[in-house]
Design a protein around this ligand. Structure first.
Ligand code: 4AD
Ligand code: MG
Length: 440
């Protein structure tokens, strides 16, 4: 006997079922119509479909039920798929029957303008708006691309712990926790553990949430964000830079193919992204400083940058704008960088670090060659007044088969912000944690 129950499909797959009877399940995005005809815009997370309800097709009772659907009411419809170029997504559904799951109460987020505070307080509902859904999908695709690229290059995913007894990126942004009566911290970076994993498996990455007690209230700072951190045994600065560039360019291409609809929903011109898929300029810190100081003099860059300083947001913006694509800044003054970075053998005042600065988004990648010499690392730990006991395990990596190695961390939300053109990182993570916010 033939199976008469309609097949469940997602909106994104609708076109593949032209002419077939299928079931869609989702929520009411919007509706319009009167008299004998209603258009229901159903969203199911994969897209938005126009479902056409005719009184003559569904009968009086179901037609009234369709009319009674409020914004975000949950329901399902069975009907025939009809390809139609004019319909959003290229197909619509001719509804044969409809079933209501729940009639939503008056929805707090409407078509009218809402302030960011209101939207953030309703983040759990805001996620259902077109732009936020597109951003969530884009974020997923960026993760897919990061991992896909590294997996394809033979990297193993080995994750690092979130609770740690030691600092990685300086002690000023540590979240302290009570670990059964002992002091512990939420990790700022999985790097130190990724170094241990790299000594086991050669090429690894970790990917997870990291925590920074950042007092900065900028559009680029979260207190909890996601970072992917590859670590490569037997690598120098060039290998680290090549891997980061390859991964970012792969991500751009991945989005152009698999995220085209999401980019369109975000009104992001794909040509902008395509333009960044080229060799990233590489310059040393001192060359970047020359440029910045020149622009300062010409009044083209308003910042109080002085040679030797870390780059501030206006400096990153100026560099990003000037090159119009991501740039790599290498060979930094050691004082502004972390304790674990290896010094340049040709000039020990410099650290073999690299930051990638992206137009509008600023720094998206921080990486380096790691100090692999036991004595030098011990000195660094002492100079930074870090507790040596907490780092004994890390020092062991230099005692037992130390090799030149390096890696980087790429901030997921900064990358999503950059590629999507959505300027504030708080929209690039499902539930942002910032200086002012831990709800919802
Ligand atoms: O430059 P950072 O601090 O580097 C590290 O943590 C290294 N241990 C990584 C490594 O070599 N394995 O951070 C790396 C990236 C930044 O370039 C930025 O993209 C992101 O993490 N990031 C933040 N993103 C959002 N909010 C913040 N407060 C961030 N701080 C850093
Ligand atoms: Mg950094």
């Amino acid at each position: 006997m033939a199976d008469l129950s309609p097949r469940d499909v997602r909106v994104s797959d609708l076109l593949q079922h032209d002419g077939q009877t299928v079931r869609l399940r989702g929520w009411l995005f919007n509706s319009r119509g009167k008299g004998k005809l209603i258009f229901l815009l159903l969203r199911d997370g994969s897209g938005i479909c126009q479902a056409v309800v005719l009184r003559s097709e569904v009968g009086e009772e179901q037609f009234e039920a369709a009319k009674a659907l409020t914004q975000e009411s949950s329901f399902e419809v069975v009907g025939e798929v009809k390809a139609d170029e004019r319909a959003p997504g290229g197909a619509e559904l001719k509804v044969a029957s409809l079933r209501v799951h729940q009639i939503a109460e008056p929805y707090p987020i409407t078509k009218k303008e809402h302030g960011p505070g209101f939207l953030m307080d309703h983040r759990h509902l805001w996620l259902r708006s077109k732009r936020q859904m597109a951003l969530l999908r884009l974020r997923h695709r960026v993760i897919q691309a990061f991992r896909g690229y590294l997996d394809g290059q033979g990297y193993f995913c080995v994750d690092s712990p979130m609770f740690t007894p030691n600092a990685c990126e300086g002690t000023s942004t540590l979240f302290k926790t009570d670990y059964f009566g002992e002091e512990a911290f939420l990790t700022q970076s999985g790097q130190l553990y990724a170094e241990a994993s790299a000594m086991a498996l050669g090429k690894v990455y970790c990917f997870g949430p990291v925590f920074r007690a950042e007092k900065s209230k900028t559009r680029r700072h979260l207190t909890e964000f996601w970072m992917l951190e590859p670590e490569i045994a037997f690598a120098g600065l060039d290998e680290v830079c090549d891997l980061a560039e390859g991964m970012i360019r792969h991500t751009i291409r991945h989005l152009l193919v698999h995220g085209a609809q999401d980019l369109a929903d975000l009104e992001r011109d794909p040509e902008v992204l395509r333009g960044w898929d080229r060799d990233f300029p590489r310059l040393r810190y001192h060359e970047a400083a020359d440029l910045l100081l020149e622009w300062q003099q010409e009044g083209r860059c308003e910042s109080d940058f002085a040679r030797g300083d870390d780059l501030g947001a206006p400096d990153e913006t100026a560099l990003g704008e000037h090159f119009g694509c991501p740039v790599m800044v290498t060979h930094w003054p050691a004082e502004v960088k972390a304790f674990y970075m290896k010094r340049d053998p040709e000039d020990p005042s410099l650290a073999l670090g690299v930051d990638i600065i992206a137009p509008t988004a600023g720094e998206i990648v921080g990486g380096s060659v790691r100090e692999d010499d036991l004595g030098a690392l011990l000195e660094r730990i002492q100079a930074h007044e870090l507790p040596q006991e907490a780092f004994e395990w890390f020092l062991d990596l230099r005692r037992y088969g130390s090799v030149p190695h390096g890696g980087f961390g790429i901030g997921l939300e900064r990358t999503v912000s950059w590629l999507s053109g959505v300027e504030h990182v708080r929209e690039c993570i499902p539930f942002p944690r910032t200086l002012q916010r831990i709800y919802p």
